[in-house]
Ligand binder design. Structure first.
Ligand code: NAP
Length: 312
């Protein structure tokens, strides 16, 4: 286990396996990742553990047979290289969906209603009392939301927007979806960006989606629109986002993830109209426990010779 996971997850794992827990909370070094492949039958890695082609190449005859990733996003693992090395990979889909969608709603509300800015005024002792034109933001009710990536999390966000806020939902996805709520599939990402009041990013990270949201997309967006990213930092070209915010091309942004995480550019911190959360999409004990139990289920199935319940 490459990070300490909730105690119940450690107990459940220890009940089945001879468990070592790496106590460090930061990502593993290349040497640690190589050692993990060399010395363990199974590994539970997570975000930031960059299992690249080079890491697999450096351990030609690995003892490790399975990487049971803690998290639905697995763009930090080169799955093709893992497969070539004879190592299976699993993830934790579903367990994260509602909590991450809730985080998207938190960011949407905070960004549209200027909540971070307001809280900073109160904390700085600068609030001089209510008045009718103070901190006027954008009301979400009845507005158009565009979901980029209508998968599990995208749909959970869309449901919240439709049922909870009466928003009109449109989306961009590789394939059309059969949905249980009204939502229009946009002709293109650019068309979607240009037509909505809030654009929410919910695609997986990786080469295919790298800088999917770039200067061209910001140029298409409306000046009063907000960008929300709960997916992966490098789906958004951060330098282009900064320019778009600084030049008033868009009205605001709510971010849970960053291109060079955990580095957050000073330019973003300097702007009042940006909400900055420290990647807390799934940060609730129940959710992290459910995610951990899914890694246990995958390890258990794998070593019993069964199919991985959540193979990727
Ligand atoms: P999912 O169910 O696989 O959904 C991803 C969606 O993105 C699918 O609808 C897919 O389309 C679409 N997509 C993929 N590549 C695309 C592209 N190039 N252009 C347009 N659409 C594309 O995954 P999920 O469970 O919703 O999770 C999504 C991502 O959220 C994860 O991969 C992870 O990186 C991130 N996440 C972040 C946090 C956090 O803490 N902030 C927490 C959990 C997850 P098709 O269905 O047509 O293939």
């Amino acid at each position: 286990m490459t990070r300490p996971l909730p105690e119940t997850v450690q107990e459940a794992t220890r009940a089945l396996f001879d468990l070592d827990v790496r106590e460090d909370t930061g990502p593993m070094s290349a040497a640690e990742m190589q050692a993990s492949l060399r010395d363990y039958d199974g590994v539970v890695p997570t975000l930031g553990d960059l299992y690249s082609q080079e890491i697999f190449d450096a351990v030609p005859d690995p003892r490790c047979r399975v990487l049971a990733n803690f998290g639905v996003g697995y763009n930090h693992i080169d799955t093709g290289a893992a497969r070539a090395a004879g190592i299976a990979v699993s993830n934790t889909p579903g367990a994260v969906t509602d909590a991450t969608a809730d985080t998207a709603m938190t960011l949407m509300l905070m960004s549209a209603r200027r909540a971070g800015e307001g809280e900073r005024i109160v904390r700085a002792g600068k609030w001089e009392g209510w008045h009718p034109t103070q901190l006027l933001g954008m009301h979400l009710g009845g507005k158009a939301v565009g979901i980029v990536g209508m998968g599990r999390i995208g749909q959970a966000i869309a449901r919240r927007c439709h049922h909870g806020f009466g928003m009109n939902v449109a989306y961009h996805s590789r394939s059309a979806k059969d949905l249980d709520f009204p939502a229009e599939r946009a002709d293109s990402l650019r068309a979607l960006a240009g037509s909505v009041d809030v654009l929410v990013i919910a695609v997986p990270g990786g080469d295919e989606t790298h800088h999917l949201i770039n200067a061209d997309i910001f140029a298409a967006m409306q000046k009063h629109a907000h960008l929300i990213n709960i997916a992966r930092g490098n789906v958004v070209e951060e330098s282009a986002l900064i320019t778009a915010l600084q030049t008033g091309q868009i009205a605001g942004a709510g971010l849970d993830v960053y291109e060079f995480e955990p580095v957050v550019p000073d330019a973003l911190k300097a702007m009042e109209n940006v909400v900055l959360l420290p990647h807390i999409g799934t940060a609730a004990l129940e959710v992290r426990t459910d995610m951990g139990m899914m890694t246990v289920d995958n390890l258990k199935a794998f070593f019993a010779g069964k199919d991985l319940p959540n193979a990727v």
